[in-house]
Ligand binder design. Structure first.
Ligand code: 4NP
Length: 158
């Protein structure tokens, strides 16, 4: 089983959606036994809170339930997870700085590193914007979650 952690700043908008979409995709392919999926934030400002109402409402219009509870990244996560996927470059460098070993650093990947349309670009933070920002983020995360599922399935079949 591969353990994957999605990380953003607050763990209430981007990474909870990445977690929910990735899980929905592996469930629909009957591959849920192959993955343990979680998400967290680099800051703990929203610890214990459900995801942002706007994220949950937008996802529900696409039939996706976002039910994670916000929590902050821990040193244990860097040891426990096999793959740590960051939603934007600021988060990416925060997580890299938090690492204690090269082995931990090697687990950290940008979410859009597989995206042929905008390689290594950030998932915009929809927190300050309007509803269209949440739909835009949904579309980008949905596409990139497909890319990750396909990539990881291909890698596990090698
Ligand atoms: P997220 O968005 O990182 O996608 O969950 C944010 C939500 C809240 C804050 C920052 C980013 N905040 O600073 O409160």
């Amino acid at each position: 089983m591969k353990k994957i952690l999605f990380v953003c700043l607050g763990n209430i908008c981007r990474s909870p959606l990445a977690e929910a979409l990735f899980r929905a995709k592996v469930d629909s392919q009957n591959l849920s036994d192959n993955f343990y999926i979680d998400s967290c934030g680099t800051n703990g400002f929203h610890n214990g809170e459900r995801a942002d109402d706007r994220t949950r409402k937008n996802a529900s219009t696409h039939g996706i339930e976002v039910d994670s509870i916000s929590r902050q990244l821990t040193l244990g996560d860097l040891m426990d997870f096999d793959l740590i996927v960051t939603m934007a470059s600021d988060v990416h460098f925060q997580v890299l700085n938090f690492c204690r070993t090269q082995e931990q650093k090697d687990k950290i990947h940008l979410f859009r590193e597989l995206d042929p349309d905008a390689p290594n670009s950030n998932i915009p933070d929809p927190w300050y914007g309007g509803d269209e920002g949440f739909e835009n983020v949904f579309q980008i995360i949905d596409k990139n979650a497909d890319l990750w599922v396909n990539y990881l399935n291909a890698a596990s079949n090698e």
